[in-house]
Design a protein around this ligand. Sequence first.
Ligand SMILES: Cc1cc2nc3c(=O)[nH]c(=O)nc-3n(C[C@H](O)[C@H](O)[C@H](O)COP(=O)(O)OP(=O)(O)OC[C@H]3O[C@@H](n4cnc5c(N)ncnc54)[C@H](O)[C@@H]3O)c2cc1C
Ligand code: SF4
Length: 330
Amino acid sequence: MREFVYDRALDVSGALALLDADPDARYLGGGTNLVDLMKTGVERPTRLVDVRELPLDGIEPTADGGLRIGATVTNSDLAAHPEVRRRYPALAQAVLAGASGQLRNMATVGGNLLQRTRCGYFADVTKPCNKRVPGSGCPAIEGEHHNHAILGASEHCVATHPSDMGVALTAFDAVVSYETADGSGELALADFYLPVGDTPHRETALPPGALITGVTLPPAPVAARSRYRKVRERASYAFAIGSIAAALDVQDGVVREVRLAFGAVASRPWRATAAERVLTGAPADAETFAAAADAELAASKPLPRNAYKVTLMRNLVVAVLAELAEEAAR
Ligand SMILES: Cc1cc2nc3c(=O)[nH]c(=O)nc-3n(C[C@H](O)[C@H](O)[C@H](O)COP(=O)(O)OP(=O)(O)OC[C@H]3O[C@@H](n4cnc5c(N)ncnc54)[C@H](O)[C@@H]3O)c2cc1C
Ligand code: SF4
């Protein structure tokens, strides 16, 4: 690990100024991803600006009935918050499905959204990787890719985004707020992560040096009946090989409103808009659920060793929607 300067920011303007002055500086949240990447040489910051003392650790209701979550709220505090559990249960479930208790006590909301892919070639500085070294190639396409993308990838990168939290936030139309030295801004999560294209090293639409200050969840009554289901290779302490955040409102046997997002299938949390279109206004039955899954997965382009994900995601959609519909009928 190389030497670096450690600073603890006490206010937002101080944090922004430190980043502005040093293009190789990085914000430090819980450090659970960044420090690992520093140890392997993937990240080589000259300065870490610790943001955990900033006054960004609250979870507050918004005037319109949503929730505002500060960027330094820990994953543990987010999952335990009574309003999150009551109004957006899939979000609490998604967070609890991630990492371990110790990691969730350290990890922050901002850091979770900006964690890097778990592609093994990305983490190994002795290997080529277009995301780490643009133009060097993507060995995963011919090599190890059993947990890589089936949707939205390109011939330049087939990595997936590892966040569970981000999948639920995507389903609920969350908006990320940030500050820069030039002012503040907002990005809907749908626009937050950039398409892979030929620039897999450019992952988000955040301006350089931007500090994430929080995430706002708009009011969503449908989210009160929601679920996060994660499939992984062991029962805990493992990243997803496929996951789904779903919310469903059924009246008189017909789908009135639905939210659906997939995890571990694309370079970003994947909002299943094609499936949502098939579902809305249709009978809430197994046939519709399967047709919705097929509509979304029609665009999938699996690689030789990850085609299982297409079946996995189809089964997840049908099973989780059936459970939510059954609950609605009780
Ligand atoms: C063994 C292990 C298992 C894991 N399993 C899972 C899992 O199953 N599911 C899952 O979702 N995650 C999992 N994780 C990942 C974990 O959730 C992330 O490491 C964590 O959420 C990152 O948060 P952090 O605050 O520690 O980020 P950091 O490591 O501090 O930072 C990550 C990135 O975000 C940037 N950053 C941090 N805060 C801000 C901010 N406010 N504004 C702008 N930039 C910022 C940093 O500069 C850095 O680039 C696992 C991690 C480990 C080590
Ligand atoms: S999939 Fe992406 S992250 Fe993995 S080796 Fe290819 S370019 Fe790198």
